[in-house]
Design a protein around this ligand. Structure first.
Ligand code: ZN
Length: 332
C-alpha cells in the first residue's frame, strides 16, 4: 500500500480504521470500515480533498475492496471532516448515506442552494466585535468548504430510538447533540462498544460552537449528552479523532469538569463588560492568528460559553451601541 500503509490500522475488534488526512490542526479524522457478511459498512468517510480521495482510492485497492462493496455509509454528524466524502462514496457505490434529520438540515443550511448561513455567522461575529478584516477572512474560508463536501449525498434519515444492524451487531442510536446538531452515537449493548463520533474525544475537547439558527445553549446540550453517555457501560469507544480508548466514563467526566472550570474562569474575566471577540482574543490569543479556521472555532466556542453563563444567570448580555453586544458578570 506504498506510503499510505500508515493510514490504515486494524482495530482489536477486526474493524479497519483509516486515518483520513485533514488540512487543519486536527490532522486526520478516523473513518471505520466494518466487515459485513457481504461487503462493508463505512463510518464517517472524511473531508473531500484531493489528498483524501487519493488516499481512499489507494487504501481500497490495497485492501481489495471495490466501491460496490461499500453497502452503507453511516454519518455520526454533518461536520465536513466527517461528511465531506459521503457523496463521493455514494456516487461510486450507490450505498445509502445515513444521518439524522437535524444534522442534514444543518448541512443544507451550510452548503445547500440557499447558503444563508455564511452571512448569518459573519453577522453574529460582527455583533460580538470581530473586526471587518477578519470577518472577510472568515467569509471566504466558509465558502471554500463547498467543494470539500461535494457532491452531497442523498440522505437516509436515522434517529434516536432506532436500532441499526451493521458490522454483525445491533446498534442503539443515541441522539447526543452539543458538538453538532443531530449528532448520533451508536451503542452495542452486547459488545459494550460505542461509536462516539466527536461527542467524546480522548486527549482533545470537542469544539462547542454557538451558531445562528441552531440551539441557543449548545454547551448545555453538550453537558446533558455527556451526563447521559457517562451512564453507559463501555469497554471500548471509537472516536472521530485520535485513538480508540477504553476509559469512556472517565473521559466524559473529564470533559464535564473541563467545561465547569472554563466557565468559572470566564466568569472571572467579566468584571468589566467585554465583547465576545475581546474575550476570544484573551482566551485563545495567538492560537487563532493567521488561521480563519481556528479563529472561527475559537470565537464560536467563546460565545457558546458566554451564552451558557447568560442562560444560567451568571452573566448578562448588554447592548453596547453600534449594534454591538457585551457580556458582564451578573455579580458585579
Ligand atoms: Zn465534528
Amino acid at each position: 500500500m506504498s506510503g499510505n500503509g500508515l493510514a490504515v490500522h486494524l482495530c482489536d475488534n477486526g474493524w479497519i480504521r483509516v486515518k483520513v488526512p485533514l488540512p487543519f490542526s486536527l490532522r486526520y479524522v478516523n473513518s471505520y470500515l466494518l466487515p459485513e457478511a457481504e461487503g462493508w459498512t463505512l463510518i464517517d468517510p472524511g473531508l473531500h480533498t484531493p489528498e483524501a480521495a487519493a488516499l481512499w482510492t489507494e487504501v481500497l485497492s490495497g485492501l481489495s475492496i471495490t466501491a460496490g462493496q461499500i453497502k452503507r455509509i453511516v454519518l455520526t454528524h454533518q461536520h465536513p471532516d466527517h461528511y465531506g466524502l459521503a457523496g463521493w462514496f455514494q456516487e461510486r457505490s450507490g450505498a445509502p448515506a445515513c444521518m439524522s434529520l437535524p444534522a442534514h438540515r444543518y448541512a443544507l443550511r451550510l452548503w445547500g442552494e440557499d447558503r444563508s448561513f455564511d452571512q448569518e455567522l459573519t453577522e453574529q461575529f460582527r455583533q460580538h466585535g470581530m473586526p471587518e478584516t477578519l470577518l472577510e477572512q472568515i467569509a471566504s474560508h466558509l465558502a471554500g468548504f463547498v467543494e470539500r463536501v461535494s457532491p452531497q449525498p442523498e440522505v437516509t434519515y436515522i434517529e434516536e430510538g432506532m436500532s441499526m444492524q451493521f458490522g454483525g451487531r445491533s446498534w442503539e442510536l443515541l441522539h447526543t447533540p452539543g458538538h453538532a446538531s443531530g449528532h448520533i452515537c451508536f451503542y452495542d449493548r452486547t459488545g459494550l462498544e460505542m461509536i462516539c463520533g466527536d461527542a467524546v474525544l480522548p486527549g482533545i475537547t470537542p469544539n462547542i460552537s454557538l451558531v445562528p439558527g441552531e440551539h441557543p445553549d449548545p454547551l448545555q446540550q453538550f453537558l446533558d449528552s455527556l451526563n447521559r453517555l457517562s451512564r453507559f457501560d463501555v469497554v471500548m469507544a471509537y472516536p472521530g479523532h485520535r485513538e480508540p480508548f477504553a476509559n469512556f466514563r472517565g473521559r466524559t467526566q473529564d470533559l464535564i469538569t473541563h467545561h465547569e472550570q472554563r466557565l468559572h474562569h470566564i466568569e472571572g474575566l467579566l468584571q468589566e463588560p467585554v465583547t465576545g471577540y475581546q474575550l476570544c482574543e484573551r482566551l485563545f490569543g495567538a492560537r487563532t492568528m493567521g488561521s480563519a479556521h481556528n479563529l472561527r472555532f475559537a470565537m464560536s466556542e467563546t460565545l457558546a460559553h458566554l451564552e451558557h453563563l447568560v442562560h444560567k444567570g451568571r452573566a448578562a448580555k448588554v447592548k453596547a451601541g453600534y449594534g454591538l453586544f457585551k457580556y458582564v458578570s451578573a455579580v458585579v
